[in-house]
Write a protein that binds this ligand. Structure first.
Ligand code: TLP
Length: 348
């Protein structure tokens, strides 16, 4: 069997999760009487300390609903240059909300309050309106890095002080919370809205949520319908998400330990560099940068797949491995051994 480290999205529902799905009472969520979806929305809102939540088919939709609710066409969003909303959401801030994004650089996928202040535009009639700050925690392309609470708070305060709303792309907020030792609600309290995914490290097959103030979530519910995300007997999926919240949050620590272990085994392969380095592995992601002599990231991933180890290219010369609940210590060790022997041997 392949060892699939492409993403933490690849997990299959456990037997207990499937049982919970089969046992869920169901209704019609568009008609407003889906009991299991309503139970999930109440649970996740409470867990994140927000008034209300909306169940969505994907993290992308949860982020895009937040953007649609916080902005008007012509507005500008301030976000890190490596953000998921810039690289992996198919241009949807422009397509669905008519917004521009002002990218900010900074190490570890982070920046400080001065950088935010410098990026916020004045009220000149020529300029777009700076309307929304988006923070990603954990930050995917930077290496699954974790925002320290006080650093994020000062950045969020700077934005709010200038009249911007703040949204957290918390696709992996529970990973951040487990790694940093802060509560997910404590981190969410710095922002107006937060999206979280159940389909990543938490192991549900489908589903995310947008959490925030009740009036904003009511508007998001209309936009979800407009975007084609109204679902019917979605309690079947919500039940998996409830199960994930009840059983799969604390165990994220195992994924983090496995990622560190994987990184330690991959360290020092000639022609490669851990990026971030071993000491920078904070959650469930490991990135390996490749010298040109080894081929492109896409070529290396194709070669690895042919010997049963699946990773994905993230950049021309950078590959990503993500640990999750379907890979144990032994698989990690096997995968690391395969990568090392293949890359040491060089191109076939
Ligand atoms: N990220 C996926 C890919 O899209 C890159 C992955 O495999 O990591 N925010 C962040 C920070 C994410 O990493 C992702 C998924 C999303 C949002 C979007 O979630 P989905 O895939 O449910 O739309």
């Amino acid at each position: 069997m392949d060892i699939d480290l492409r993403s933490d999205t690849v997990t299959r529902p456990t037997a207990a999760m499937r049982e919970a799905m089969m046992a869920a009472p169901l209704g019609d969520d568009v008609l407003g009487d889906e009991p299991t979806v309503q139970a999930l929305e109440a649970k996740v809102a409470a867990l994140l300390g927000k008034d209300a939540a909306l169940f969505t088919p994907s993290g992308t939709m949860a982020n895009q609903l937040a953007i649609r609710c916080h902005t008007e066409p012509g507005d500008e969003i301030v976000a890190h240059a490596e953000s998921h909303i810039i690289h992996y959401e198919t241009g949807s801030p422009a397509a669905l909300s008519g917004c521009m994004i002002r990218p900010i650089d900074g190490p570890h996928g982070q920046f400080d309050a001065h950088a935010v202040q410098a990026a916020i535009r004045g009220s000149d009639i020529h300029s777009p309106k700076s309307r929304l700050l988006v923070l990603e925690n954990t930050q995917n392309r930077a290496g699954g890095t974790v925002w320290p609470l006080e650093a994020a708070r000062s950045v969020a305060d700077a934005a709010r002080g200038a009249g911007l709303a703040v949204h957290i792309d918390g696709a992996r907020l529970f990973n951040a919370a487990i790694a940093a030792g802060y509560g997910a609600a404590t981190f969410a309290s710095i922002a107006d809205t937060v999206s979280v995914c159940f389909s990543k490290g938490l192991g549900a097959p489908v589903g995310s949520a947008l959490c925030g103030p009740a009036p904003l979530i009511a508007r998001a519910r209309r936009f979800r319908k407009m975007f084609g995300g109204g679902m019917r007997q979605s309690g079947l999926l919500a039940a998996a998400c409830i199960h994930a919240l009840d059983h799969h949050v604390q165990r994220l620590a195992d994924d983090h330990a496995n990622a560190r272990h994987l990184a330690s085994l991959l360290q020092g392969i000639p022609g490669t560099r851990l990026d971030p380095g071993l000491e920078g592995i904070q959650t469930n992601m490991v990135f390996l940068s490749l010298d040109a002599s080894l081929g492109t990231a896409a070529e290396v991933c194709t070669r690895l797949a042919s010997v049963g180890v699946r990773m994905i290219p993230m950049g021309a010369r950078r590959i990503r491995a993500v640990t999750h609940l379907d890979v144990d210590r032994a698989s990690i060790e096997r995968a690391a051994g395969t990568v090392r022997s293949m890359l040491t041997r060089g191109a076939p």
